[in-house]
Write a protein that binds this ligand. Structure first.
Ligand code: ATP
Ligand code: MG
Length: 588
């Protein structure tokens, strides 16, 4: 492949786009790889499309290598299958819906579990046909509430999604493992740093679920890893390390105290230390139990208030909470809700009125740290009053526990109790055992060995193909431009001829042809009358891994080869240029 800058459909920009918050967005637009068409919707220009296809090629090669088979569904889908799985409702505002001329409902596919399940159901009927692994590389549509960062979070984006269909759990384990191995090969080839973390299993819960995160300072996902063992998890999936219940014997009995003007945790702790000093140590925020009320909006439209009890030194983490209550959405408990629930005294809400059996009737879930036998200072449900020594399991019982409190660096690692540290990443892939949710909803059954009809069990495996283009740039750039890993770069070499000397252009032209003939992808800056400074700036911005300069030195029989990543330069005798460059491109 040989692309000539003189005719390439490309304009590099000097200015950053006004809406760009992250480097990949800024650089991909400035370097002319993508162009915004509407919020969260982008067009691919020749060089960008080349990168996207490289990503697709890697994904295809690795999926085909495990004998997954490629199919291609429409993006425009009928409502019925999504109605059967309840996702027509669950997706809420997140899907693009439309009607045809006969007033029938359609949607633009946000993900295709239903279609895959129906296809297998239509064509297969025996355990002998399974396992089967199908995938597609498809444009997906989601009306994301916050499209951001260019193609990192778009409303139209390209995803590889695959699904495995198995007759039983052991077989599903093998399908999962094969996909996991393929994903490791895919992400190794993308050439960015990534981690595999435990993730939420989703609504069905229980079985394996892992995410592949590209490590990135400004990634949207926060994950934790143990400073000692190999535990790593998305914060959404972190389960607080279990602690043993404490026997009640010898614990003081609960007592209500006046604590005027202490609606916040800080004001309460100050007051406790002044009015009720402890002999062993001072009071801390973690001695208090903070009760927060939110409202869940269920897909069927019902509003359910929910109370959460968390240690006072921790905030409720919205993402963790959201992951726990899915598919319900979170909204605020409003002033009107307070008026409708006079049992709740703002700033002084306590377990005395919370819980389905108590005055408010509001479901009450507590942090796992609130184990039986722990004593708390918490609201007494009266203005300006708190209760001290309120013991969990003795003086109050919640409706259940919930993992919604923030996770912090220094928290205990769930498996080994050592310290956790936090870091950020971009979700690039998600593999999980989906189980029978869709197969049940759509009645996908096969006959097993004993001639009995059984529901198939599924695995679901996604890769963010278009997102990968941006994630690679996030991982691999500097102040002046992009630095593509060779496997995904639109071209191997950025060859430029500088100056006015026609011998230089003739040599470069011949070299470009020879390199192309040798199977090297070349981006050749053959522009006449463009200054070397401008050519260098473009080469650095565009980010091919190797930059080759044919210029003045040709008179001395040498050309210059630069490594874009390290900046290293070396002179190569003109006569050896072809073989040296072919060699260079065969390395990574
Ligand atoms: P996120 O939490 O980032 O919204 P998700 O959990 O909705 O992702 P999946 O439904 O599992 O993602 O989709 C599979 C993959 O598709 C994700 O791992 C991600 O790489 C990619 N992806 C999801 N949403 C988008 C988007 N809006 N723009 C670009 N890529 C996306
Ligand atoms: Mg999403």
């Amino acid at each position: 492949m040989l692309l000539r800058m003189s005719t390439l459909f490309l304009r590099t920009l000097r200015e950053d786009p006004a809406d760009a918050e992250v480097p990949s967005h800024r650089l991909l637009v400035r370097a002319g790889y993508v162009r915004r068409a509407a919020p969260g919707i982008y067009s691919w220009l020749p060089l960008g499309y080349e990168v996207l296809r490289n990503i697709e090629r890697i994904v295809r090669e690795e999926m085909n290598a495990i004998r997954a088979q490629e199919v291609h569904f429409p993006a425009l889908l009928p409502r019925e299958p999504y109605e059967a799985s309840n996702r027509w409702t669950e997706y809420g505002d997140n899907i693009f819906r439309l009607k045809d001329r006969k007033d029938a409902d359609y949607l633009l596919g946000p993900t295709h579990e239903e279609m895959f399940t129906l296809l297998v159901k239509d064509l297969y009927s025996s355990y002998k046909d399974l396992p089967v692994w199908l995938y597609q590389i498809q444009t997906k549509y989601r009306d994301e509430p916050r499209p951001r960062a260019g193609i990192l979070r778009g409303r139209e984006f390209v995803m590889k999604d695959s699904y495995s269909f198995d007759v039983n759990e052991e077989s599903l384990q093998r399908s999962y493992q094969a996909h996991r191995d393929a994903y490791i090969r895919i992400f190794d080839r993308f050439g960015f740093d990534y981690v595999i973390v435990d993730a939420m299993a989703g609504a069905m819960g229980g079985s394996a679920s892992e995410e592949f995160l590209a490590t990135a300072e400004n990634g949207e996902d926060t994950y934790v890893r143990c400073t000692t063992c190999d535990y790593a998890a998305n914060v959404e999936a972190v389960m607080v390390r279990a602690t043993e219940p404490i026997p009640f014997d010898g614990l003081s009995s609960a007592h209500v105290e006046d604590t005027p003007n202490t609606p916040t945790i800080d004001s309460l702790v100050d007051h406790l230390n002044a009015a009720f000093p402890r002999s062993d140590r001072s009071w801390q925020a973690s001695d208090t139990l903070k009760n927060v009320v939110v409202v869940l909006m269920h897909p069927d439209g019902t509003r359910e208030p929910l109370a959460l009890g968390v240690p006072g030194d921790r905030e409720v983490d919205e993402k963790r909470l959201q992951a726990q209550v899915e598919p319900a959405e979170l909204t605020a408990f409003t002033e009107e809700d307070f008026s409708a629930n006079p049992a709740l005294k703002k700033g002084y809400i306590g377990p005395g009125v919370l819980g389905s059996q108590n005055a408010s009737g509001i479901r009450y879930l507590v942090d796992p740290r609130v184990v039986d036998g722990t004593a708390w200072v918490t609201g007494a449900d009266e203005d300006g009053r708190h209760v001290l020594d309120l013991v969990a399991g003795r003086d109050f019982t919640a409706d259940g526990i919930i993992e919604a409190a923030e996770v912090r660096a220094g928290d205990q690692c769930p498996p080994d109790g050592r310290a956790l540290e936090t870091a950020r990443g971009i979700e690039m892939g998600h593999i999980f055992m989906l189980g029978r949710r869709y197969a049940e909803a759509l009645d996908c059954k096969v006959l097993d060995e004993n001639g009995k009809l059984v529901t198939v069990t599924m695995g679901s495996y996604g890769v963010g193909v278009s997102r990968a283009v941006a994630a690679i740039v996030e991982n691999s750039h500097d102040d002046i431009g992009i630095i593509w890993p060779r496997e995904v770069a639109p071209a191997d070499l950025h060859l430029m001829a500088t100056g006015k000397d026609s011998a230089v252009f003739e040599f470069a032209e011949q070299l470009a042809d020879d390199l192309e003939a040798a199977g090297i992808k070349v981006l050749y800056d053959d522009r006449k009358g463009v200054s070397p400074g401008v050519k260098f700036k473009d080469a650095e911005l565009l980010g091919m891994p190797t930059i080759v300069v044919v210029g003045k030195n040709l008179a001395d029989g040498v050309i210059e080869v630069r490594d874009r990543a390290s900046g290293e330069r070396r002179d190569v005798p003109a006569g050896e240029a072809l073989s040296a460059l072919v060699e260079e491109c065969s390395q990574n």
